[in-house]
Design a protein around this ligand. Structure first.
Ligand SMILES: [Zn+2]
Length: 275
C-alpha cells in the first residue's frame, strides 16, 4: 500500500474534529499553531508532532460520518472502595462527568469505509485513560459481541494503566480483557490496535499489544513503567528514544508506525485484507 506523503490527503470521513485545547506553539517545532488548519490535519503539525485526542475526536476520525452507535454508555463508574487520596474518587468522577466526559473507554459500533466494525477508544482525559471496572466491562462486552458476530474490532489506546482508585478490581480487568481478546482470536475475528501517546501500564501489558496488528502513532510513548521510574530502580542509562513508538518498532513490540493522517486509509485497507 502506498502511503500518502502529505497531510492534505487525510480522510476524516466523520467530518470536522471537535476543538481541543492547544498550546500557542507546537512543542515539536516551536511554530505558532493555527487551530483551524491543525484541526483539518487531524491535529498533526507539519513537523509531525501528533497532539493527543480525546475519545470524541477519535470516533470522528475513525468512524464514517453518522455511523457511530455507542454501547453501554450508561454503565458508569462509582467509588466502591471509599477512596480519598489525593482527592475523593467520587468527586473526580463527578467533575469529569460534569465536563462531558464518559469514562476512560468508550465503545460501540460504526462503519469504516462502509464496513461495520466494533470500535473502542480510550480517553486520556478521564483519570489518565485508566483501565477501570467499567472500562474493562465495556471492552470485554464489545469483544465478546465481535467474536460472536464476526465483526472486526479496532482499539485506540491511550492510557496510564490500571485505575489505582479501584484497587485490585481494576487489576482484574487485565485478565478479563485478555480473556476477551482470546475469544476474538479463537473466533478468527480481526483485531487491530492503535497505540497513541501515551500507552502504559496495565493497558500496554494487556489488550493494547495483543492485536493481530499493533499500530503505533509516530512519537508515541509506549511501555509498562515510565523511564524515570526504570532509571531510579536500575540506575541504568536508558538509550536515546527509549519507549518511543519508533524504538518499540525497532525492538519488535509494535508492527508498524503510521501517521494519523494515514490511519483511516490503512485500517480500511487492512479490513479489506481480512475476510
Ligand atoms: Zn510542529
Amino acid at each position: 500500500m502506498e502511503l500518502a506523503k502529505t497531510h492534505t490527503e487525510i480522510r476524516v470521513a466523520g467530518g470536522k474534529l471537535p476543538p481541543i485545547p492547544l498550546p500557542t506553539n507546537c512543542p515539536g517545532c516551536g511554530v505558532a499553531l493555527d487551530s483551524d488548519v491543525l484541526r483539518k490535519h487531524g491535529y498533526v503539525c507539519d513537523c509531525g508532532h501528533h497532539f493527543r485526542l480525546g475519545a470524541d475526536a477519535w470516533i470522528a476520525l475513525v468512524a464514517d460520518r453518522g455511523s457511530w452507535k455507542e454501547r453501554w454508555g450508561d454503565v458508569r463508574s462509582h467509588d466502591l472502595l471509599n477512596w480519598k487520596v489525593p482527592k475523593p474518587y467520587q468527586a473526580t468522577i463527578d467533575q469529569l462527568t460534569e465536563e462531558g466526559l464518559n469514562e476512560a473507554v468508550r465503545t460501540g459500533t460504526c462503519t469504516l469505509g462502509g464496513r461495520t466494525i466494533w470500535l473502542a477508544t480510550f480517553d486520556f482525559r478521564f483519570v489518565g485513560g485508566t483501565l477501570s471496572i467499567v472500562a474493562g466491562e465495556r471492552l470485554a462486552r464489545g469483544m465478546e459481541q465481535a467474536a460472536a458476530s464476526g465483526l472486526p474490532y479496532v482499539l485506540i489506546a491511550a492510557s496510564g494503566g490500571a485505575r489505582m482508585q479501584e484497587g485490585v478490581l481494576a487489576l482484574m480487568q487485565l485478565a478479563k480483557v485478555n480473556a476477551a481478546v482470546g475469544r476474538l482470536h479463537a473466533a478468527g475475528v480481526a483485531y487491530f490496535s492503535v497505540l497513541t501517546d501515551p500507552t502504559f501500564g496495565g493497558t500496554a501489558a494487556s489488550l493494547a499489544l495483543l492485536a493481530d496488528i499493533n499500530i503505533a502513532e509516530p512519537g508515541a510513548a509506549i511501555g509498562f513503567t515510565g523511564p524515570r521510574v526504570i532509571k531510579q530502580a536500575t540506575y541504568a542509562d536508558l538509550p536515546p528514544g527509549f519507549q518511543s513508538a519508533e524504538f518499540q518498532l525497532a525492538h519488535g513490540q509494535v508492527d508498524m508506525v503510521v501517521p494519523r493522517t494515514e490511519l483511516r486509509r490503512l485500517l480500511a485497507h487492512l479490513l479489506e485484507m481480512y475476510p
